[in-house]
Design a protein around this ligand. Sequence first.
Ligand code: BG6
Length: 493
Amino acid sequence: MKGFPEGFLWGGATAANQYEGAWNEGGKGISTADVITSGSHTVPRRLTYKNVKTGETGSISAFGPNTKIPEDCIPAVIEGEYYPSHVATDFYHRYKEDIGYMAEMGFKTFRLSINWTRIFPNGDDEEPNEEGLKFYDAVFDECLKYGIEPLVTLSHYETPLNLTIKYGGWSNRKCIDFFERYAKTVFKRYSGKVKYWLTFNEINIMEFAPFIAGGLADPSPQNRAQAAHNQFVASAKAVKAAHEINPEMKVGQMLAYQPSYAYTCDPDDQLLVMELSKNTLFYADVQTGGKYPAYRLKKYEREGIVLDTEPEDFELLEKYPADFLSFSCYGSSTFTTHKDVDQGNGNFVFGVKNPYLETNEWGWATDKNCLRIALNTLYERYHKPLWIVENGIGWDDKKEEDGSIHDSYRIDYLRKNISSMRDAVNLDGVELMGYTMWGCIDLVSAGTGEMKKRYGFVYVDRDDKGNGTLERTKKDSFYWYKKVIETNGADLE
Ligand code: BG6
């Protein structure tokens, strides 16, 4: 079987707040992720806050479009609550060991995020924190030692909390300047070490979870639209700055994308899918395509949303679109206008149950064609190089008495998915830069805060309450993926 083109970037992906821990070490400030507790697929994660006048504390659901910080309250770490990001799986102290595992599997790339608050603890600081900069120097040097190319996300659901408290989050245009300062600082510092960058992880999540995506204190539709606009402008400025600092650098967009299917051939279902898809594609139309699409401007007009813009915004968007389009894709979603259909119960997953697909414990469906469909759809629309930066399956892995972990379900899932993307490349001619499997070393789930929703090739001994030694153990999939990389995707057996 034909594998992938030479130079294909195989690897794995992580995010600082789910992986690093050391939440208050090395001069790091507090991020929005650090005030979110753990949950499960039925109990939502909570955002904790305290009332600045009375000192009373409380919490609200952190996910969803309606997370609004109550009046006189600020998000805060509350004693006695458990926050999974605080220790996570301790990459901060174990990066050498972990990068060693990645090298052993033959990784060509490693996707990680810089925790913005390690560099600018409050987001609006004038000067960066040298200790934070040094940490990532050490991480990148360790990667390069093994020939692993870092792929760095600048903001992965970890906005400096101070930007929420002081400015209301990304709905405030001041965040554009703070982000630009941060981006320029790391571009200059790591020029020559990091070639590939992403600006905002799953930028379209602004639509569904504005506190997570943009640290919004008030999630009104007006604020969400403004926050998205501000992130678009910030991304364009980052592209401009990166190209000026080092023309070798490439800055990509990162979109949460999965194919959407109509449950029936009822034209109303088809129209529904078309409409819902726009809520995702809009974000790529602007950031990768360079222009606001007419359908979105009409929607804003209907809803009375008026964006606060500067005259140069639109020129920037057009002149500095993303160099490539990366996306996460775990499966597919199915939608219908019919009410008598099993609604399914996935966390962070939308739509109804697809009777043709099997789901995991969290309701996420394995779809053997989703990557080929996603890659074709996005390539046809944008004609830009693509990069799958998240794909994988969460599973409550069991460690046997002899210490082995037999995750055949993960191998099966990955085999189907990699085969699907191989067809997109070899049969359809899609230009694909790389593939980074999500959560290559076990880390905290973003959606639930659990540890038991594991994705990794390497198991980490830690449970949902924060117990465990953090010791690492290779799973069966570790050896399988090593062979996939060795054969450049030709051998998936
Ligand atoms: C993506 C996020 O939405 O999905 C990751 O970018 C996240 O941060 C991943 O971890 C998987 O979701 P979950 O909820 O299973 O962790």
